[in-house]
Design a protein around this ligand. Structure first.
Ligand code: CA
Length: 229
């Protein structure tokens, strides 16, 4: 999953980036409203943290522009003071949640995870497909109850696929959602990561759909289908 942080306070921005990095997100950052607006307008983020008090373009205007342009990613706004009018303006502009500074980074992380899940249509914090499960709180993956060790890129790919397990996902889409902006993106490396993932979770769980991409499958269910069909 890929997140954008728009925050002009350098310390807070770094702190939030560390927390999200650690939680398995690919993270981009912007220091002002103009840059933040542009990045959100051109990149497909899975979640956005948006400070409202920003230089060059204020957060409410950034959010209004995104929503008017049909950018529907979940947005959590940060308000500097506990001012109800600021929160109302933020929600009216299309915010999904808010936090008032100062806050604990773990709370931001928990709220962002919930937003990301709900945007993908999941209510529970554990995503499951057959005996494959992904605990979004601990960023851990289990097969048949056994913990599977994944690298950060492997985890991001699996997490994105588990969030969108109802459809085929192209390599391009994976590239856009697992790398941050500064990463040297190469869709060929996706095949390498998927190959490693298959070795770790079982090759039958990631199906290659020729010309389209990949789809997660539950081998037990697929087996039943084959027998009955
Ligand atoms: Ca600010």
């Amino acid at each position: 999953m890929r997140a954008l942080i728009v925050e002009d306070d350098a310390d807070l921005q770094r702190q939030l980036k560390d927390v999200l990095d650690h939680a398995g997100y690919a993270v981009d950052t912007a220091d002002d409203g103009e840059d933040g607006w542009f990045m959100g307008d051109t990149e497909p983020y899975d979640a956005v943290v948006l400070d409202l008090g920003l230089p060059r373009l204020d957060g409410v205007s950034v959010l209004e522009r995104w929503r008017q342009a049909g950018r529907d990613f979940p947005v959590l706004i940060l308000t500097a003071r506990d001012r109800w009018s600021e929160k109302v303006a933020g929600f009216d502009a299309g915010a999904d949640d808010y936090l008032t500074k100062p806050f604990h980074p773990e709370e931001l992380l928990a709220r962002l995870r919930a937003l990301t899940r709900r945007a993908a249509g999941h209510a529970s914090s554990t995503l499951e497909m057959g005996d494959l499960s992904l605990d979004t709180r601990g960023a851990r993956v289990f097969v048949g109850g056994q913990l599977v060790k994944l690298t950060s890129h492997e985890f991001r790919i699996l997490s994105y696929m588990m969030h969108h397990c109802d459809r085929v996902i192209s390599r391009t889409e994976l590239v856009e959602h697992i790398y941050d902006q500064d990463f040297d993106r190469d869709s060929n490396t996706i095949e390498v990561f998927v190959g490693r993932l298959r070795k770790k979770i079982g090759p039958e769980r990631i199906e290659t759909v020729r010309g389209l991409g990949y789809r997660l499958t539950d081998p037990v269910e697929a087996g039943t289908d084959a027998k009955t069909g």
